[in-house]
Design a protein around this ligand. Structure first.
Ligand SMILES: [Mn+2]
Length: 316
């Protein structure tokens, strides 16, 4: 598969590289490491994300290259869609704008789109697959590429804490450190450069903590009023769900995020055994084993009661 990808890279001149909407560290850093690597080979590359680059990731080298709009008449020899799970999460239009479409991903059940399908659901991060590609090609890894590859693996393994932190994840990280990456500058860039409003929002969200009587699931919530009080936005709620998840005994963490007067987005995280994808589908949503979500109508109390009843029944 890698050989086929290298052949289309060799033959192509214009490239589009995209990843999923609401991009995370892996999506952005994979986009940037491949962009920088191809530019190093003299290729013309457009890096794209429909949501641009969220503030937390502005430290990534090359992030200014990512555009959130592509001219309607532009055509590319090759388009890469990274870390997307489904093409529509990156942009369904991409298929029509390229001669060859390449899907590089590590999501289980990644949609089978594209002319080339390079999906390894055992890989810790899409960044690890970009690493394999760069190594197979024998391209040099600049410090800028190294920072992106390190960040991709760091972000998707929860700083090497999740069970997907496999040997390859540590080997990629180790090699990037040997190449000059400073782990502290990246972890401080990712986790200790937050805007004050995010912490003020968290301070309002934490008192909404609700733990089920059985102790196996818990939630916190963010309301529109909290945004108003703090000046924060939904962009600042990233990783809030980790707080209820961090309680001993909690297997399913739930995050309620108000999006309209009587409507909440509900995000689920599982610490392993419970399939929250199935749980979310019960509630009319979707997702994967460890992360999923859906929508619930009503006041916060109504939404909480509805979801708690459902989750309680499923966990029993
Ligand atoms: Mn990923």
């Amino acid at each position: 598969m890698i050989q086929k990808i290298l052949e289309v890279i060799e033959a192509g001149q214009t490239f589009l590289i995209a990843a999923h909407e609401s991009p995370d560290g892996d999506a952005l850093a994979s986009t940037l490491s491949l962009t920088l690597a191809l530019e190093g080979q003299g290729k013309q590359v457009t890096a794209y994300n429909c949501d641009g680059v969220p503030g937390d990731y502005r430290f990534l080298p090359g992030c200014d290259k990512i555009v959130n709009d592509v001219a309607a008449d532009s055509q590319f020899d090759v388009a890469f869609v990274l870390d997307a799970g489904e093409l529509s999460r990156a942009g369904s239009w991409i298929k029509e704008r390229c001669a060859t479409l390449v899907n590089i991903d590590h999501h289980p059940h990644s949609e089978d789109f594209g002319d080339i399908y390079f999906v390894d659901d055992k890989a810790s991060a899409t960044g690890a697959l970009i690493y394999r590609l760069i190594k197979a090609a024998g391209w040099p890894i600049s410090e800028e590429i190294a920072i992106n590859l390190y960040t991709a693996v760091l972000a998707d393994t929860g700083s090497f804490r999740y069970s997907n932190a496999d040997g390859e994840a540590f080997r990629v990280a180790g090699e990037m450190v040997d190449l000059g990456v400073d782990p502290w500058s990246i972890s401080s860039g990712l986790y200790e450069s937050q805007e004050e409003v995010r912490l003020r929002l968290l301070a309002l969200a934490l008192p909404t903590l609700r733990v089920a009587e059985c102790g196996t699931f818990a939630s916190i919530a963010v309301t529109l009023e909290m945004y108003e009080q703090t000046g924060a936005t939904s962009e600042h709620t990233d990783r809030f769900v980790n707080y209820p998840r961090s309680i001993r005994g909690v297997e399913v963490a739930i995050f309620f995020r108000q999006i309209e007067a009587a409507r909440f987005k509900v995000g689920f995280r599982s610490s392993g055994t419970v399939d929250v994808g199935a749980l979310a589908r019960e509630l009319g949503g979707g997702g994967h084993h460890n992360a999923a979500g859906g929508m619930v109508d009503g006041t916060l109390a109504e939404a909480q009661n509805h979801v708690f009843t459902k989750v309680g029944r499923l966990l029993r």
